[in-house]
Design a protein around this ligand. Structure first.
Ligand code: S3P
Length: 427
């Protein structure tokens, strides 16, 4: 079985940057709320900063008051204006999909939403179709079902939507469309996807009635005022250090101030089932979200069966979980993750390609992959596929083994976690 040569100091404390999902939502909700809002703990990475620039073009004013701190002034959703040029969301699926909903419901506002080469390949039909059912005027400008998207904002119709996907981006897109258009939304999804948007609406005093875990009604009025958003540390960024801490030879790690929303903590459940010693301390509630510190002790991991209902709560963590699988007794297997094909890269293809490069024999399926217990890893040149999480996952592997793995382009890491390498160095 593989083992690591890496050690961390005892009780080493780190913080990771703000949650990407909550950072995006803090921009969108402070833009449609009337008055001044304050954001702290904001993720100053390319994706959320691109979204902020887009909302600046729509007439919202953002003033940086400190590291990760902003004051936001908006006259409210009725005052957002058509921008002078296209809105460029870079690599960010959350930015473009949530904003498409918000802008579809804004009467008189005309926009073109676009992004980089990776974003222009990602599926937008999942939001275009339900938005059109609400009466939205939204169209692809080049390839059908892809960005760039042209949107002419208008008053939309209420909708009862039963989504086939458990996607927080689709759900939040429709929630924001309903909010800007002042109409009712009834929404159902197969499994609960991350529910930060629901939490923010309730935190702001909106009317959201949960009929079950996966079914709710959102109703006007939506007269939100400025507020203070405290963004917790991102569990998806913490996941890289969780795996590093669990697989280290010695020492222990405390990852402070992490968002522990139950719809995001699948990675903790699975790593614990694999034998990982992870404890939560200092648990509290902030802005409608559960927050706490994670204490991580090196552990011997073993293969486990990953339940399909856990997948939406760990959808961004599969690449780093796979790295943990390389060190687990009995190997690793994951299924029901066809959604990984629609992320920043086709992550099933990206992981299999790179696993093969390091000498792992992988069994490939349409909805996942598996491999038996790894015995050794060979040095290789890893392809990041324009995907931050692929690059960071293989960085962690390189750190654990201290071998000559190289990554083709690590600049993608800046889309979500610019401090990643400096935190690694500090350890
Ligand atoms: C996100 C939702 C997830 C996740 C993405 C961020 C969000 O996508 O993969 O990184 O902030 O709503 P889906 O819910 O569309 O799967």
């Amino acid at each position: 079985m593989l083992s690591s040569t890496y050690s961390i100091p005892e009780n080493f404390r780190i913080s990771v940057p703000g949650d990407k999902s909550v950072s995006h939502r803090s921009i969108l909700f402070s833009s449609i709320a009337k008055g001044e809002s304050y954001i702290s703990g904001f993720l100053e990475a390319e994706d959320p900063l691109n979204t902020m620039k887009c909302f600046e073009k729509l007439g919202v004013s953002f003033c940086k008051t400190g590291k990760g701190e902003y004051s936001v002034k908006s006259q409210g959703k009725g005052y957002l204006k058509s921008p002078d040029s296209d809105l460029d969301f870079g690599n960010g699926g959350t930015g473009i999909r949530l904003s498409a909903g918000l802008l579809s419901g804004l009467t008189g506002v005309e926009t073109v939403l676009t992004g980089d080469a990776s974003l222009q390949k990602r599926p937008m039909k999942r939001i275009i179709e339900p938005l059109q059912l609400m009466g939205a005027d939204i169209a692809s400008l080049e390839e059908e079902g892809k960005a760039p998207l042209r949107i002419k904002g208008k008053k939309l119709k209420p909708i009862h939507y039963q989504s086939k996907l458990s996607s927080a981006q689709v759900k939040s897109c429709l929630m924001l469309a309903s909010i800007t258009s002042d109409v009712k939304l009834e929404y159902e999804e197969p499994e609960l996807s991350r529910d930060h948007t629901e939490n923010i609406v309730q935190f702001l005093g909106g009317h959201l009635t949960k009929l079950s875990k996966t079914h709710f009604i959102l109703e006007p009025p939506y007269d939100f005022s400025g507020n203070h958003y405290k963004v917790p540390g991102d569990i998806s960024s913490a996941a890289f250090f969780l795996v590093l801490g669990l697989l280290s030879k010695s020492g222990s790690l405390v990852i402070q101030n992490i968002g522990l929303n139950p719809s995001r903590v699948g990675i903790l459940t699975v790593l614990k089932e694999m034998g990982g010693n992870i404890r939560i301390t200092n648990q509290r509630q902030e802005c409608g979200e559960i927050v706490g510190d994670l204490v991580v002790i090196p552990s011997l991991l073993h293969r486990t069966e990953i339940k399909p209902e856990l997948i939406p709560s760990m959808i961004d963590e599969i690449p780093i979980l796979t790295i943990a699988g390389l060190f687990s007794e009995g190997g690793f297997s994951i299924s029901n993750v066809q959604e990984l094909r629609a992320k920043e890269s086709d992550r099933i293809h990206a992981m299999i390609t790179n696993l093969k490069k390091i000498g792992v024999q992988v069994d490939e399926k349409e909805d996942g992959y598996s491999f038996s217990q790894a015995e050794n890893i060979q040095a290789a040149f890893i392809e990041s596929f324009m995907d931050h999480r692929i690059a960071m996952s293989f960085y962690i592997l390189k750190t654990l083994l201290g071998n000559d793995i190289q990554i083709d382009d690590d600049s993608w890491i800046d889309t979500s976690f610019p401090d990643f390498k400096s935190i690694l160095r500090s350890m």
